[in-house]
Design a protein around this ligand. Structure first.
Ligand code: ADP
Ligand code: MG
Length: 468
């Protein structure tokens, strides 16, 4: 091994499990051996990710969609006016009114709305009528029904874009499933529903997802921002690409130099290219999920699944007689019962060298652990979390190499990144080792799916005015 590869290899290993019983320790480490990636595997994943990105951008079959967002520039501090944002697909459905002066948000009014299950899983028409009704109510309550208001629509689902203001839904995810909307333009459905009401002067000018919003929001904090990353319920990233590299571009070009590309990396590996790292735990996680055999990469890393991966491993160790031998913790057998929030709590114990959080979490499952149990549970959380952070870092490092920029700031949003006590430091370390020639910085952003939508609406307006 070359010295650099040895350093990488050592850095990505987790500390050995500290049990006095050597045989037991060995058995547990062996059960988890496939969860621990070597430097050689990390390099192989880098090669595959690079190849999938290139195929995607050249319109060849790939698990990466590399979708053109048609956003050709970042905010530059000239954005002005009143804008609406509609945020669908995150934890809350919200309408926002944002006022920009010199690219800075000087006013922000937000209202959250509840979407009933029957609207989330029925026909699309009632859903979009409800969205339009919420927009109208909000605008009227602000006394702005007679003002022309540009709206940015954050629609955080995989879509195909033919322009800045068309978003053809590829598939619903999360808790939504209105089958008749698939393959339809979500923007047109919203525009039509607003037109039928005809009680406001709202103009939908752009559609985007939360990842793109995060990049734009980051760009207002740091002008070097060129990557947006989500590590929350799901995971995705987008980046600023050179326009001449982008083949899929439907409307007429106007000399754009750059454009934001939405990688849609949650689906990385859906075509089998990552199967060589798939463990039995991952297969079970997939089988227990809502959308089987899709979102392969997301299932390795994101908040919706990390806790479940940990639970599946714990149950396996339990069944092999290596863990919680004093009791049968029935609650742990329930799919989805082990939240990723718990993983963060337990990892905090590992950071602090304590066990109180771990005990508290296990008490929720009526488990009273002994000292060895505590160590094993902490080890499992560390191994699963470390793999997730490493996989994200592998893709980011590859992306940095691909972008060939002097300096890149990566804007990150999502509760997993913000609350897990080790993600940020692991990512800083791993990206540096995997892409040593590149200068990068990770920054946290707040509410890219809301504020970012208003910024896109402002950019869309500038683009329109330039063409007039
Ligand atoms: P969304 O992705 O829906 O916009 P968030 O970014 O807040 O919203 O992510 C919520 C997800 O983050 C939850 O589904 C959960 O899996 C995960 N999460 C929430 N709290 C924590 C935590 N303390 N540690 C790790 N993950 C968390
Ligand atoms: Mg979010």
């Amino acid at each position: 091994m070359m010295p650099a590869e040895r350093i990488l290899h050592e850095a990505i290993q987790v500390a050995p499990l500290g049990l006095t019983d050597d045989v037991k320790r060995q058995k547990i480490e062996n059960s988890l051996v496939q969860m621990r990636l070597s430097a050689a595997t990390a390099r192989k994943i880098q090669d595959i990710f690079r190849s999938e990105m290139n195929k995607g951008i050249h319109q060849q079959p790939s698990s990466l969609q590399m979708e053109n967002t048609y956003i050709p520039e970042l905010p530059n501090g000239t954005e002005e006016g009143l804008f609406l944002a509609l945020d669908l697909g995150g934890t809350n459905f919200r309408v926002l009114l944002i006022e920009l002066v010199n690219g800075v948000i000087v006013r922000e009014d937000v209202k959250k709305y509840h979407i009933d299950a029957h609207l989330r899983t029925g026909s699309g028409i009632p859903l979009f009528e409800y969205l339009a009704e919420c927009v109208s109510n909000f605008v009227i309550s602000e006394g702005l029904q007679d003002v022309e208001l540009p709206l940015g629509f954050t629609f955080s689902f995989p879509m195909i874009q033919h322009s800045l203001e068309t978003g053809i839904l590829l598939t619903w995810t999360k808790s939504f499933n209105c089958p008749d909307v698939v393959n339809k333009d979500a923007v047109k459905l919203l525009k039509d529903a607003l037109a039928r009401r005809a009680d406001t002067r709202v103009k939908v000018v752009a559609v985007l997802n939360d990842t793109t919003g995060t990049l734009l929001q980051g760009a207002t904090q740091d002008p070097n921002t060129a990557i947006g990353l989500i590590l929350g319920t799901g995971s995705n990233a987008c980046y600023l690409e050179r326009a001449d590299k982008v083949e899929h571009w439907e409307p007429e070009r106007h000399g754009e130099r750059e454009v934001i590309i939405d990688i849609e990396w949650g689906a990385f590996g859906d075509n089998g290219v990552l199967d060589f790292i798939k463990t039995d735990f991952d297969r079970e996680n997939d089988a227990n999920s809502l959308l089987v055999k899709s979102f392969t990469f997301e299932k390795y890393i994101s908040g919706k699944y990390l806790g479940e991966v940990v639970r599946i491993i714990l149950v396996k160790l339990l069944k092999d007689g290596l863990l919680f031998t004093r009791e049968t913790p029935k609650k742990l057998l329930t799919v989805g019962s082990f939240l990723t929030d718990y993983v963060s709590l337990i990892e905090q114990d590992t950071v602090d060298g304590g066990g109180s959080n771990t005990k508290e979490v296990l008490a929720k499952f009526d488990i009273v652990p002994d000292e060895e149990d505590l160590k094993i549970v902490q080890y499992v959380c560390e191994v699963a979390s470390n793999r997730a952070a490493l996989l994200v870092s592998i893709c980011l490092a590859t992306l940095l190499d691909h972008m060939e920029r002097e300096e890149v700031t990566i804007a990150v949003d999502g509760s997993l990144y913000k609350h897990h006590p080790r993600f940020e430091s692991w990512m800083n370390q791993y990206i540096s080792l995997l892409s040593p020639a590149r200068k990068f910085k990770l920054i946290q952003t707040q509410d890219g799916s809301g504020k970012g939508a208003a910024i896109v609406a402002a950019i869309a307006l500038k683009l329109k005015q330039r063409l007039e």
